[in-house]
Design a protein around this ligand. Sequence first.
Ligand SMILES: NC(=O)c1ccc[n+]([C@@H]2O[C@H](COP(=O)([O-])OP(=O)(O)OC[C@H]3O[C@@H](n4cnc5c(N)ncnc54)[C@H](OP(=O)(O)O)[C@@H]3O)[C@@H](O)[C@H]2O)c1
Length: 446
Amino acid sequence: MFLGDLAHSLDPVTTVESQGKVVRIGVLGCGNVGAAFVRLVEQQSSTIELRTGIRLEVVSVAVRNMSRDRDVQLPEGHLTRDAHAVVSDPSIDLIVEVIGGIEPARELITAALAAGKPVVTANKELLANVGAELYAAADAAGVDLLFEAAVAGGIPVIRALRESLRGEPVSRVMGIINGTTNFILTKMTEEGADYSAALSEAQRLGFAERDPTADVEGFDAGAKAAILASIAFGAKVVAGDVYHEGISRVTAADIAVAKRLGYVIKLLGIAERDRETGEIAVRVHPAMVPNTHPLASVRESYNAVFIEGDAVGSLMFYGRGAGGNPTASAVLGDVIDAAVNLVKGTHGSIGSFAKAVIRPIDETSSEYLLSMEVADKPGVLHAVTGAFANNGVSIRAAEQEGIGADARLVFITHEAKESDLQATVRQLREMDVVKQVGGMLRVVGS
Ligand SMILES: NC(=O)c1ccc[n+]([C@@H]2O[C@H](COP(=O)([O-])OP(=O)(O)OC[C@H]3O[C@@H](n4cnc5c(N)ncnc54)[C@H](OP(=O)(O)O)[C@@H]3O)[C@@H](O)[C@H]2O)c1
């Protein structure tokens, strides 16, 4: 066959120069994601070779504990405790980092990039803290650093933002980007469970860690929101820029009020850019989402990311945001891209990131739901609504729950500034007629 005929008979990504090439992979970490990745490469390598002309071979896997049982077959001598030796081995072409955490992942990735090796990572914590430094190191070295799996596991949202939407003026990215909290909130909504019972069930079923803090207090979603904001807006947004509140204070009463009013409570990660000032606000908090919004139907441990752009309108990406296999699928997609680029002698650039001007939470705006227990006296409603008016917060809807000593007032505001709402809450707390100001929830997606 002539070379020209050969090129026509190959899959679009297969080129003559990639035919018969072997890309040797070093994997750092063999836990949930690492082991699933090794298994997936084993299963898919023939198909990948047929489509790309490149044979992927996992030749070394670094772990911490050599004697741990692993649900993966590795040839004799492939397992090592020395991750640094994997990175510096000149016969290894490409590194997959699935150890997690900041160190030693950061120094291992930096060393791999400096040695001219493309890196694929699933490490949200690392990228949310020092992503810009690593993207610059990859660009300087002229190699790929790919990280689809770091946000929303198996959902291809990073590639969509980096490639398909690169010409789109994205104004907002928001999503359910933590499966554990979505599972807990679904149990509370659909089964009337209280927070601690729903958390225990999530732990029993393996959806929540024994120490659930990173998930339930919003740290995990905060790291992912920072990465999404950086990629969507081309700005250096780090985990410390993200305002976060978790779900541990969401009560069965909050869920019931939301339900009665036609909403569902979700933990949302929201990244917004002001078109005029360019300011970026990134926050994670429980929010009341109208039942009619596409995010309201995302149940159990599923994730979804909703992107709004001026030209494209609204897009939603839905799927498994975690788990060994979905995450390994995203890692493998990146590995194939990086391997094809390596063989072609090219790489994709993430581009330079501008300094982000962060809008603090006090300066953001939202609609709010505020509920409170009040004394059963004449004039209470007038006094309470006066507190809203004094602070420039206008009320969209109000209702009274219960009567007499058990009366509870529930208000939904029009869009208001967070600082004005907080000032209203402070004023209400000082009033004799207000026994208790209960849940405050932001309303998103009306
Ligand atoms: N699990 C998910 O659903 C998911 C989803 C999206 C992204 N991610 C990200 O993927 C990464 C891996 O997560 P995972 O759930 O697979 O974690 P994991 O199950 O805890 O596995 C971590 C692996 O790293 C190894 N390791 C730790 N320190 C090491 C060191 N110094 N040198 C060599 N190996 C070391 C561990 O070795 P031993 O096995 O010997 O202990 C283990 O195999 C994290 O960045 C995580 O955020 C995970």
